[in-house]
Design a protein around this ligand. Structure first.
Ligand code: ZN
Length: 97
């Protein structure tokens, strides 16, 4: 079973109550805000369009906060790009079906 809950969801649900009951430094509040806003319309975005089929989708900007789990996962992907590329090409026959 896949876990679809994100840290941002927890912050959205309980963040304000947590902040009322606990002291957070400005940096902690800022980080919480970044994680909550990451890849949402709050940070803006752009439209990605496929050159071959004209499929379009909205891609929201990331917060680029080093504490953000979403952004850190992309850092790991970029850092390990050769390994990720190898895994994708090795399994491309399975992903195309
Ligand atoms: Zn982020």
């Amino acid at each position: 079973m896949k876990n679809n809950h994100e840290v941002a969801d927890v912050f959205r649900l309980y963040g304000k109550d947590y902040q009322k009951q606990n002291f957070l430094s400005c940096k902690e509040q800022k980080t919480m805000h970044h994680i909550t806003a990451c890849r949402t319309a709050k940070l803006g975005g752009h439209i990605e369009k496929c050159n071959q089929c004209d499929f379009e989708r909205i891609s929201y900007n990331s917060c680029r906060d080093r504490h953000c789990p979403k952004c850190q996962s992309m850092v790991l992907v970029r850092r390990n790009r050769p390994i990720v590329f190898c895994i994708l090409t090795r399994n491309d026959d399975k992903t195309l079906i």
